[in-house]
Ligand binder design. Sequence first.
Ligand code: PRP
Ligand code: URA
Length: 209
Amino acid sequence: MSKVHVLNHPLIQHKLTFIRDVSTGTKEFRELVEEVSMLMAFEITRDLQLQEVTVETPVGPAKGHTLAGKKLGIVPILRAGLGMSDGILSLIPAAKVGHVGLYRDPKTLKPIEYYVKLPSDVEEREFIVIDPMLATGGSAVEALNSLKKRGAKNMKLMCLVAAPEGVAAVQEAHPEVEIYLGALDEKLNEKGYIVPGLGDAGDRLFGTK
Ligand code: PRP
Ligand code: URA
């Protein structure tokens, strides 16, 4: 079953609290989502492989380590996932970016796919699928299905806030996918919103309603 990692670093928790606050405006919300995503990416990339190299310092040769050139990809789930991509790319700028466009039908809460574009070498890449919200889990499960159908073999899921229902749905459909969260909240409400959550992530990021 998928492992769940709640990344409760003090800086992540501090910023997430302001993200949740209803009085935080669009500009600050967007900046905070980017910052938290960068901090979460720092934690999620701890297991990247290194290779030993030697460089010349002004004083002499020094053994060091550089990333072993593993091919990484990040896949924001449109639209709200876009708010997380720049923060991650600031740490791993060489990562390729795919996109999966999904929206949740407000009545059925089922995800509807409208766009998919992935790097061509899907089979060889390690992907981080990103979305601020893991609510019923329908969108994340569908996005992971979509990547798998196109050949992806190695995926992680990273979300700011999740409900237990969403975690369970991903664990059931994709037991091999590790889940990284800023917070695991209490429950979903009758409209499928995470409680206490942060509201509608896409609307708060882009100033829509
Ligand atoms: C939100 C959110 C997730 C999804 C989570 O997107 O960004 O993608 O809902 O809900 P689920 O786990 O129940 O599927 P939304 O459908 O509102 O689209 P948007 O990002 O375009 O605003
Ligand atoms: N999508 C959101 O943006 N927020 C929620 O709480 C649930 C789904």
